[in-house]
Design a binder for this molecule. Structure first.
Ligand code: HAM
Length: 426
């Protein structure tokens, strides 16, 4: 008895499910290419230190959720929990001075040891976009608008954009001093999880889900009140520009995000249709990360979309598969090699061709062609193969006429004419 199973929190994506994935990915790739954003691929496995330094030791991701192990050379390795730190490393390592501003994207699996539930997995997929070397508010606006528009292109409605400003590191340091004083006094009133965060990552207490703690936090100092004049101006310019683009947003002064590298703009896009794991897209500015990791002072901003959540939201029309253009029915010693040859020829016309390999009776193969709803069929028996010809027939109830033609394999002109009249122009 075979009881091998996949690991908890990982899933097999089967051919029927992948139709929607591929349709969604196609739209994403088109949008990325139209915005002139270039792909980057970094390894799935990295040195553990990259994420400790990049994401921050006090974050949940680093302290609780990483898949970390020693390889056979006793090096500590981690399956990437996100893509931004890897992109920053790759740019520094590969000499980004040749191209100081870059718009990049990546797509692929990420790993976090979280409790699996609807919309949350241990191996999940992200599309990430990073604008490197861009400082202006306009770059914040372009990237938020881009995220907003790709979700719109996929027909997803009822989305909420939330924004906040986390200020620069100075603003945050000033806030932290005052917040820690407040925490000392109010510690016992907080939930246990928040109490544990006081020494590790006090800022994260701000976006607690605990209702009691939320209430108590109302009297805590607000990060917003510690933003410098410059940070406030920047934030207000962001809001103006989003308004002028008519992108609706809500301010959420408690939005701090779960990774330490953020500065100034932080944003999330959520959907009520997703249940408790409602964030489909999260991102923000990280002006200090690249320098902190050993590179030059380089402002940057980015976001990542969780693809599993995106697939849950994307419309039903993306479930449709491309229809088979030609189904090749064939049987007999001469017919079978002839059929393979013809299938290769037809695929050169960018047609979706399905070759029946069953060797079953003609009537069974007809039934199969009907089942896959092919637009046309080719019929080849030994007699046709001996004559180096085949019968091609339209097989579509909606197209009248259902033209049938006998075509010689050597007559490209006749074949092209038939295809043009019956399939390629439709
Ligand atoms: P993040 O908010 O940690 O940000 O993740 C982004 C998105 O990935 C989430 O909004 C969610 O849709 C999806 N996601 C995260 N964890 C899981 C999970 N366990 N299962 C399913 N989906 C999940 C980042 O990762 C940043 N690197 C984004 C970024 C790029 N910031 C700047 N540049």
């Amino acid at each position: 008895m075979n009881n091998l199973r996949n690991l908890r929190g990982t899933v097999d994506l089967l051919p029927d499910q992948l139709i929607k994935w591929q349709n969604v990915e196609k739209i994403l790739l088109e949008q990325l290419s139209r915005a002139s954003i270039k792909e980057i691929r970094t390894p799935i496995l990295e040195m553990t230190e990259l994420f400790i330094r990049g994401i921050g030791e006090g974050t949940d991701v680093v302290s609780k959720e990483m898949y970390t192990f020693f390889d056979r050379g006793e090096r500590s390795c981690t399956l990437r929990p996100e893509g931004t730190a890897s992109v920053a490393r790759a740019l520094i390592q590969n000499g980004m001075h040749t191209n100081p501003t870059q718009k990049l994207w990546y797509m692929g699996p990420m790993f976090r040891y979280e409790r699996p539930q609807a919309g949350r997995q241990r191996q999940f997929h992200q599309l990430g976009v990073e604008f490197i070397g861009y400082e202006s508010v306009r770059s914040d606006v372009e990237i938020i608008a881009f995220a907003w528009d790709i979700l719109g292109k996929l027909g997803i409605e009822e989305l909420n954009l939330e924004i906040n400003s986390l200020g620069d590191s100075n603003d945050r340091l000033n806030f932290q001093k005052s917040f820690l004083k407040w925490l000392e006094i109010n510690k016992d009133l907080l939930d246990l999880d928040s109490q544990n965060r006081i020494n590790k990552n006090p800022l994260r207490i701000l976006d607690t889900k605990n209702i009691q703690t939320k209430k108590i936090l109302e009297s805590a100092p607000k990060l917003f009140n510690f933003l410098s004049k410059k940070s406030l101006e920047r934030y207000s310019e962001l809001k103006n520009q989003l308004e002028s683009l008519k992108i609706p947003f809500k301010e959420n002064l408690n939005l701090v995000r779960g990774l330490d590298y953020y500065t100034h703009t932080a944003f999330e896009i959520t959907s009520g249709a997703l249940g408790s794991q409602s964030t489909v897209c999260g991102g923000g500015r990280y002006d200090n990360l690249i320098k902190q990791m050993g590179g030059k002072d380089t402002p940057a901003i980015g976001f990542a979309i969780g693809l599993e959540r995106l697939i849950l939201l994307a419309g039903k029309e993306l479930d449709n598969e491309r229809r088979t253009d030609v189904y090749i029915i064939n049987q007999g010693l001469l017919a079978e090699p002839f059929a393979i040859n013809l299938s290769r020829k037809l695929r050169d016309y960018d047609l979706l061709v399905e070759l029946d390999l069953s060797g079953a009776s003609f009537s069974k193969q007809f039934k199969k062609a009907n089942k896959v709803n092919s637009k046309s069929i080719v019929i080849i028996g030994d007699q046709e193969a001996a004559n180096k010809e085949f019968v091609i027939r339209l097989f579509d109830k909606e197209i009248s006429g259902n033209e049938e033609e006998v075509i010689s394999i050597e007559s490209d002109i006749k074949l092209e004419k038939w295809l043009n009249n019956n399939l390629l122009s439709k």
